[in-house]
Every structure is written in structure tokens, then in C-alpha cells.
Design a protein around this ligand. Structure first.
Ligand SMILES: Cc1cc2nc3c(=O)[nH]c(=O)nc-3n(C[C@H](O)[C@H](O)[C@H](O)COP(=O)(O)O)c2cc1C
Ligand code: SF4
Ligand code: FES
Length: 586
């Protein structure tokens, strides 16, 4: 018996003082006469169905469906989002929160204008800024082209050809206002696929023989893992975790197991994965299939960043060939497309994104090796880590191990950009120094004197030229508050203002913070404000940096202050001299 009573009022007889119990659930019958919120039209529903096809619709594919709508419509109109929610039978709030998380989705409310037909994204991350991205943006914004919109974007993985722009999906190296506008107004928005090594070419040079030897039982998993461990292969996505040990840990978890390839490569300054994917994609794919065999992964998810449209085209062309050639009988390969979010390179955020959700990093433990995609034990490896695997197994652990220098093991693909004469991917011994890399890049650009460098992309801190002879390898830079990460080395010169450099990097982290935790969300924002001032409050900034380092959930917030603390520590003269604040992002 419900002992709640109401007095008088509508629907209750209103009889003076008469008390009537409310039956639990009675309110359900009081249906609204008008539906609440926006009304979905049959046309909208039909449009969405036409774009994403007939069901059944899978919840993890939400981001793929959003891409289909965005590709066709140039945006995500509210009505189509509602149609998608209806078809997928998921709450509109869920569709909306995912759609608005990713930078490449344009959610357009009913009463708002759709974006212009062509979107130009100009990279304003560090190497591009140093090459004149601000002037490029200004010049493009001053052009009278109503069908073209100019947006700022974070690093698109081509820092050696800075400044860089994307006209739709068309990648433009060494971008100039004229070049970009010609492409944009001429409708050249499609990716250009470079000449790459196809399956047939790779096989003709002996490719996939190592995989076949694994699948046929000629190699055992234990032997393969031992070879990788002896060779010293470490994760090249940034963390440097020993690859053989990671495979062993995943194998120790009860199956069924899964695998994810991290192709997000969003760390400003990094472009090595893109280089291998656009030149020798099958060497990477063979490594991936060997890894899937080793951990008995039922399915592999290749997570490729949306900026790498040419790579996506290559994979769409080459993956079906693997099936046809029976090279992947042991696993199912899925290709997933990111949507413009740096944080999705962090492995647990990537897994969330693969599951069709916002890229919010997970709390650990449990680690993704234990509880990963769909809560299954998951192996996550970076593209370049996998790229080396067939060669290490074929040529032996000693071959790889002996490539290193200064006590390090193996090759490293250093992405070198900034003020060197010939920037690019430099394949050099692990443990090479910044001085070595400058030399291998043909010295400094004319008119520039080597002043400092980023040893590991935006997160890895900044070191002065006096420390350019430190081996750039895992574990070597931490005592200086830096790390080598993905081996993205940006060379700075006497023409660069270190405060402006650090501010550019902090703005990147502010934009890319997922917003889940306060030290990172508020810390990056506060740091940008403080660093934009003509004079820096060192004590306050140090304090803020400490909190961000100690209390952030994931590596983004923990490392975001590295450039800031490096400038305070190693470039005191630059702080005194003051510098103009870099312009705000849109
Ligand atoms: C903020 C953040 C961004 C990251 N971005 C990438 C990335 O773009 N690509 C990548 O392979 N690893 C990235 N990582 C590292 C991954 O979390 C993970 O360690 C790596 O993919 C594992 O593969 P590996 O062992 O082969 O390096 C990132 C880590 C953090 C904290
Ligand atoms: S540290 Fe930043 S990116 Fe990482 S979970 Fe917290 S808010 Fe998100
Ligand atoms: S492409 Fe612009 S900084 Fe990397």
C-alpha cells in the first residue's frame, strides 16, 4: 500500500480534503498530448537509411555511420542525427555526445546554416607555425570565397613539408594561399594516393614468407617472442614497452582475445607511421598478422586517423587482397576510421572509440591487455612496432639489436622537422643524438643557428643545444624532465622564441584535452592564460604543472606541462625577454 497522499489538484477529483493513494506507476498513463522535443520526419528517417543502409545496426559502428552522413551531407544535420538514433535504437543524447566529441563532425542544428561546401584545414601545430602557418591562415581568411571555410587544425602528420593544409581530403604540402585556393575553388578535395608497394610487389620480393612460416607451424610463438625480446624491440608508439613481454602478457589472459593497431599518430611532429603506410603497407600488415597469430586474436581492429585519407584508400584496396590470397585465415580484420581527436591515440581512449564512443581514457588497472575492446584481453601495438617484426624474425635478433648505438638496440625512425636543411623520416640507429640527426638532415637551414629541440613531440619537453649529444632513446631523457616518446624531433633555432613555442604546444593540449579530469581540463586552460602574459609567473606555473603531472588521469595531462617546465628550466633568458602571445585558436 502506497501511503503517499495528495490533496486536491487536477486528476484527483479535487474533492475537498478527500485523500486518494497514488498507485505506483500511475503517472505513466498521463501521456503528453504533444511529443516532447524535436519531431522526426519520415523523410529524415528515409535519408539516413539511404546513407547507412538497412539494419541490423551495430552500436560500435556509430562513428562509421556518422562518417557516412558527414561525407554525403558535408555535415550532420540535427534531423539526420535523430533519424540515426531512431534507427539504432540508442538515445539521441548518446549520438549527440559522440558526434560533438570529434572535430571532424559538424553538428548543425535545425535553424543553423550548413557549413560551406569546401573545408580547408590549416595545420597550426609547431612545425607548421614555424614555417608560416599563421600568415597562411591570415591570407586565406582574407580571400573572398563564400564556398570555402578556413579552419585551424592540429598536426596532420606531415611536419617535414610544413606548412600543410587539407583541402577537403586533399593533402597539400608546402601550402601557399594561391595553391590552396586553386584546389579549393576547383573542387580538388579528394586524396591523392601515392605510388606504394602493392601486395604483388611485396610478395615478389619474398613478402609474407615469415607469416606463412608462422601459420604453418615452422615457427613457434615462443621462438618468435624470444626473437623479438632478444632483438630489443620496444613499442614505438611512445611508451617503449618491450613488445615480446607485451605479447606474453596478453597471451596469459584467458581468450577469446582481440588486437588493435594504433594508427592514430597525432603527436605533433610525428609522421613516421604515415611514411611506412604510404610506402610499404604490406610489411606492416605482415607484422600485424604475425602479432594476431601470436596472441590468437580473433579479430584485429586497425584504427586509422581520419587525416590519413590516402592511407585509408590504400588499406581499402589492399585488405581484401589479403583475404583473397588466404593470408589471414586466422583472424578477421576490421578497419576503423578516427574522426579528429588526438586523445584517441592513447590506447584506452582508442578502444573506447573503436567501441563507437567518445574517446575518454579509461582508469587503469585493469590494463587493456586484460580488459580491452568489448572487455576482452587486447593487444595494442603501434604501426611501426609491427612494421619491424617480419624483418626481425627473418634476419634474427642479432641483426636488429646491433643496429643501435650508445647502448641502445635497433633502428629508430626519427621524424625530424623544424629548421633543418632536409627534414624527413631519418632511419638511424636507436640512441642517435640530436646533433647526429641535424647532420643527417644536411645541417641547419640557411640563416638558422641550432638553439634547442623537442626530443619527443609536443609532450616530450624541450632541450637546449648544449644537451644535443644525449642518446635519444627510452629512459635516457627522463632525468631532465623529458622523454623520447614517438621519436619526433623538432629542431629549433635562434629565430624561435621559446615562450611562443611552449604556448603553441600548450594550446594544442588545451584543445585536445578530453575534458574528463579537472587537472588537465582546467590546468591546460589556466596554463594557456598564464603563458599568454608578457611575463611569466614561474612559481605559479611550476605549481600548476606539478598538479597536472600528479593528478591527471592519462598521459596527455601528465605530460602537457613538459614544454612549459623545460622552458623555465633551460631557457631562462627567453622568459625574461618576453614574447608576443601566439594567436588564439578558432
Ligand atoms: C596522449 C597519448 C597519445 C598517444 N598517441 C599515440 C599514437 O598516436 N599512436 C601510438 O601508436 N601510440 C600512441 N600513444 C601510446 C599508446 O597509448 C600505446 O602505448 C601504444 O599504442 C602501444 O603500442 P606500442 O607498444 O607498439 O608502442 C599515446 C599515448 C598517450 C598518453
Ligand atoms: S588527462 Fe586530460 S586527456 Fe587524459 S583523461 Fe584527463 S582530461 Fe582527458
Ligand atoms: S603537419 Fe603541421 S606540425 Fe605536423
Amino acid at each position: 500500500m502506497n501511503d503517499m497522499t495528495i490533496k486536491g489538484g487536477h486528476g484527483n477529483g479535487g474533492g475537498g480534503g478527500r485523500k486518494k493513494p497514488i498507485h505506483p506507476g500511475a503517472g505513466r498513463r498521463n501521456a503528453l498530448l504533444h511529443p516532447k522535443g524535436r519531431v522526426l520526419t519520415p523523410e529524415e528517417l528515409a535519408t539516413v537509411k539511404g546513407l547507412i543502409g538497412e539494419g541490423p545496426y551495430e552500436r560500435p559502428l556509430l562513428i562509421e555511420y556518422l562518417h557516412k552522413i558527414q561525407d554525403a551531407e558535408g555535415c550532420l544535420p540535427a534531423g539526420l542525427l535523430q533519424g540515426l538514433a531512431e534507427l539504432m535504437r540508442v538515445p539521441m543524447a548518446e549520438v549527440y555526445e559522440v558526434a560533438t566529441f570529434y572535430a571532424h563532425f559538424d553538428v548543425v542544428p535545425d535553424d543553423a546554416e550548413r557549413p560551406p561546401a569546401v573545408t580547408v584545414r590549416v595545420c597550426d601545430s609547431l612545425s607548421c607555425m614555424m614555417a608560416g602557418a599563421e600568415q597562411l591562415i591570415e591570407a586565406l581568411q582574407s580571400k573572398d570565397a563564400p564556398n570555402v571555410r578556413i579552419l585551424r587544425a592540429p598536426c596532420v602528420g606531415s611536419c617535414h613539408t610544413a606548412p600543410v593544409a587539407h583541402v577537403g581530403h586533399h593533402h597539400v604540402d608546402h601550402a601557399t594561399p594561391t595553391k590552396v585556393m586553386e584546389l579549393a575553388t576547383g573542387g580538388h578535395t579528394h586524396p591523392e594516393v601515392p605510388a606504394y608497394q602493392t601486395l604483388e610487389q611485396y610478395v615478389s620480393e619474398g613478402g609474407y614468407e615469415v607469416l606463412k612460416a608462422c601459420l604453418s607451424g615452422k615457427h613457434t610463438v615462443e621462438d618468435v617472442i624470444a626473437t623479438l625480446s632478444d632483438g630489443g624491440l620496444r613499442g614505438l608508439g611512445g611508451a617503449g614497452f618491450p613488445t615480446g613481454r607485451k605479447w606474453t602478457l596478453v597471451r596469459a589472459e584467458k581468450g577469446p582475445r582481440l588486437m588493435a593497431v594504433n594508427g592514430d599518430e597525432g603527436e605533433p611532429g610525428t609522421f613516421k607511421d604515415r611514411h611506412y603506410l604510404e610506402t610499404r603497407p604490406h610489411q606492416f600488415l605482415e607484422g600485424m598478422l604475425i602479432a594476431a597469430w601470436a596472441v590468437e586474436a580473433e579479430e584485429v581492429f586497425i584504427y586509422m586517423r581520419d587525416e590519413y585519407q590516402a592511407v585509408l584508400e590504400i588499406l581499402r584496396a589492399e585488405l581484401p587482397k589479403l583475404q583473397a590470397a588466404n593470408l589471414a585465415p586466422h583472424t578477421k580484420i576490421n578497419l576503423r576510421r578516427g574522426a579528429g581527436a588526438y586523445i584517441c591515440g592513447e590506447e584506452s581512449a582508442m578502444i573506447e572509440s573503436i567501441e563507437g564512443k567518445r574517446g575518454l581514457p579509461r582508469h587503469r588497472p585493469p590494463y587493456v591487455a586484460q580488459v580491452g575492446i568489448f572487455n576482452r584481453p587486447t593487444l595494442v601495438n603501434n604501426v611501426e612496432t609491427l612494421y619491424w617484426i617480419p624483418q626481425i624474425i627473418e634476419k634474427g635478433a642479432g641483426w636488429f639489436e646491433n643496429q643501435g648505438t650508445n647502448g641502445a638496440k635497433g633502428f629508430r625512425s626519427y621524424s625530424v622537422s623544424g629548421h633543418v636543411a632536409n627534414p624527413g623520416v631519418i632511419l638511424a640507429p636507436a640512441g642517435s643524438t640530436a646533433n647526429d640527426l641535424v647532420r643527417l638532415c644536411g645541417g641547419m637551414k640557411e640563416g638558422h643557428t641550432f638553439k634547442g629541440y623537442l626530443p619527443g613531440g609536443a609532450s616530450g619537453g624541450i632541450l637546449p643545444v648544449s644537451m644535443a649529444d644525449i642518446p635519444l632513446d627510452f629512459g635516457q631523457l627522463e632525468k631532465h624532465g623529458c622523454f623520447v616518446g614517438s621519436h619526433a624531433v623538432v629542431i629549433l633555432s635562434d629565430k624561435d622564441d621559446m615562450k611562443a613555442v611552449a604556448l603553441n604546444l600548450m594550446k594544442f593540449f588545451e584543445d585536445e584535452s578530453c575534458g574528463q579530469c579537472t587537472p588537465c581540463r582546467n590546468g591546460t586552460e589556466k596554463a594557456v592564460q598564464l603563458m599568454s602574459r608578457p611575463s611569466w609567473d614561474k612559481e605559479l606555473l611550476d605549481d600548476l604543472a606539478q598538479v597536472m603531472r600528479d593528478a591527471s588521469i592519462c598521459g596527455l595531462g601528465q605530460a602537457a606541462s613538459n614544454p612549459l617546465t623545460s622552458v623555465i628550466k633551460f631557457f631562462p633568458d627567453d622568459i625574461v625577454s618576453g614574447s608576443p602571445a601566439a594567436p588564439e585558436r578558432d
